[in-house]
Unconditional design. Structure first.
Length: 551
């Protein structure tokens, strides 16, 4: 195991950086990971895409890469369902001699552990309070920085991550990513109750070296919720290495996001073909960047861009107790009921939902599919946009068409279908209002015919929306006068789009600006009748501004 090839111009990825999971009750999450598993709460901050939600980081004394388990706790969130296309378990390493001690400890805390052997190593598997699978693999892995205040003796202390386990339809696609692009080496394959388990090893020599992939051909996909792993982050040393991966992954068709500043590391995100969401994160700056080591986890830390909103954020987050210091963080308790999966819209309206359940979100995106498309199709944009603060709703048009003729046809020819389509959007908007998400916190987006419908609804609504994103669309009606003062609009189109004439696109832009909208209109050569990465980046930026205004 000496050679770790990777994409040309890149260094092999070392292994795991962190794992991020959705939780429900914040205090229960803190209690379990600090008092049962003995991990230090090294950072209390907020979800940078949703600053009204905590982001907890647990790890060793300083939160070294390869030790960090992170959680977004959404109070009252409904349970997820494990399935293909996601990481389903995170394994810690522990000293071989601590096996019996861990059996006893788990029983003491009322946890039922399944015993197994994995690649020759004894393993205990159990669930955290939200149903996330946690493995402990007894392999005498490399020691990490001990946490003096841990409730566990050092002889039993966990030694950072050993591995993660992903469930997929086919292993070959993950192999192409990990081995062909990121420099992992394939270790071997062994039977697993779910299907063949293949292990891949990163190039590092510390902790968190392995990714296990279990092939479950034809099995159902997972459903995201409390207990679900949102993503697994892989470790790279610095910004230069990350930039090289951004270029190589883009060239290979993985469509990574732009670099995101996560305050304690820099990140890019991308999905492999089975649907597993990966991140590549840098080692620096690290968690002691804004707190002394002896103070880690004692205070609610916010990035500079959220400091002006500290009072509002502290008013939204629930109160928690950090047992290491006996301190209380947050101002008040927040009770949120969950009804994830509840029907949206009026009678006869089929609406598909992704992201955060509507009852647990403060911001929403309503997505309208194009002619011949479907709600399920356009809802996949949720994965590309990757903003976890949002609930994403996509109504389904009868017969996959909102109205029968081109948006350029006389309005009367598209009636009564156009009015029915506008009424469908209005029903979804009203349902969101019932859930506490007002119109100014809703971004309305669409592609092609759906983009035309989104623009038309915003133009007629007589109320300010959070924003409009129109991928290849134009206004149906150009002579309305309702004020659009301050409404942000993004529009993109190819100069030679056969469905959206450039003249109509420019007329739409002029109409919206004349009525006070703040318009970002882009003519994109070579776009065709599609959506590209630059458009998704623009949509994400617009949506992030709506999040910031909603706190």
């Amino acid at each position: 195991m000496t050679s770790f090839p990777s994409a040309p111009g890149t260094s092999p990825v070392q292994g795991l950086h962190h794992v991020t999971v959705m939780a429900s009750d914040p205090q229960r999450n803190v209690d379990f990971y600090t008092q049962v598993l003995g991990q230090r709460l090294v950072k209390v901050t907020v979800n940078f895409d949703d600053p009204g939600t905590y982001h907890f980081y647990y790890g060793d004394l300083t939160g070294q890469p390869g030790t960090i388990m992170t959680h977004f706790p959404w109070p009252g969130a409904a349970r997820g369902v494990r399935g293909n296309g996601e990481v389903v378990a995170t394994a810690y390493s522990a000293p071989e001699d601590s096996y019996v001690s861990w059996q006893q400890r788990l029983r003491k805390h009322g946890l039922s552990a399944q015993e197994s052997t994995r690649f020759g190593e004894r393993t205990l598997t159990f669930e955290d309070p939200d149903g996330t699978w946690v493995d402990i693999i007894f392999d005498n892995g490399q020691e990490v920085q001990p946490w003096p205040a841990s409730p566990l003796p050092q002889s039993d202390a966990l030694r950072g991550f050993h591995s993660v386990t992903a469930w997929v339809d086919e292993t070959a696609a993950v192999r192409e990513l990990l081995v062909g692009q990121l420099g992992f080496q394939e270790v071997g394959t062994e039977p697993d109750p779910q299907g063949p388990r293949t292990r891949f090893r990163g190039s590092g020599d510390g902790v968190g070296l392995y990714v296990d992939v279990v092939e479950r051909a034809g099995q159902p996909r997972g459903r995201f919720g409390a207990g679900s792993v949102h993503h697994v982050a892989l470790r790279t040393r610095n910004d230069a290495e990350q930039e090289a991966y951004l270029e190589s992954l883009s060239a290979a068709g993985f469509q990574p996001t732009p670099v995101q500043d996560r305050q304690y590391f820099h990140s890019i995100y991308f999905r492999e073909p089975n649907g597993v969401l990966f991140e590549i994160a840098t080692d620096a700056p690290g968690f002691p960047a804004d707190e002394a080591v002896e103070e880690l986890g004692r205070h609610l830390k916010l990035p500079a861009w959220f400091e002006p909103q500290r009072a509002q954020i502290e008013a939204h987050v629930p109160r928690i107790v950090n047992h290491e210091y006996g301190v209380t963080i947050g101002f008040r308790d927040l009770g949120v009921s969950a009804d994830a999966g509840a029907p949206i819209g009026g009678d006869g309206i089929e609406v598909h939902v992704a992201g955060r359940p509507p009852s647990e979100a403060r911001v929403a995106m309503v997505l309208l599919h194009g002619r011949g498309g479907s709600a399920q199709d356009i809802l996949t944009l949720e994965q590309e946009i990757n903003l976890s603060a949002f609930t994403y709703l996509a109504p389904q048009a009868p017969g996959n068409t909102w109205y029968p003729y081109s948006f350029l046809a006389p309005v009367a020819q598209n009636q009564p279908h156009l009015d029915q389509a506008l009424a469908t959007v209005d029903a979804v908007m009203e349902e969101l209002a019932q859930q506490g998400i007002s119109a100014e916190r809703v971004v309305l987006g669409g592609f092609s015919q759906g983009a035309c419908l989104a623009l038309e609804y915003a133009s007629r609504a007589g109320r300010r929306l959070g924003g409009v994103v129109a991928f290849s669309g134009g206004l149906i009606t150009l002579d309305l006068e309702h004020s659009l003062a301050g409404t942000p609009v993004f529009m993109g189109v190819a100069p030679d789009d056969a469905h959206i004439p450039l003249e109509r696109f420019r007329a739409t832009e002029a109409q919206l600006r004349a009525r006070g909208a703040v318009v970002d209109a882009r003519v994109i050569p070579g776009l065709g009748h599609s959506i590209n990465k630059d458009e998704l980046d623009a949509a994400r930026a617009l949506m992030q501004r709506v999040v910031g205004q909603s706190v």
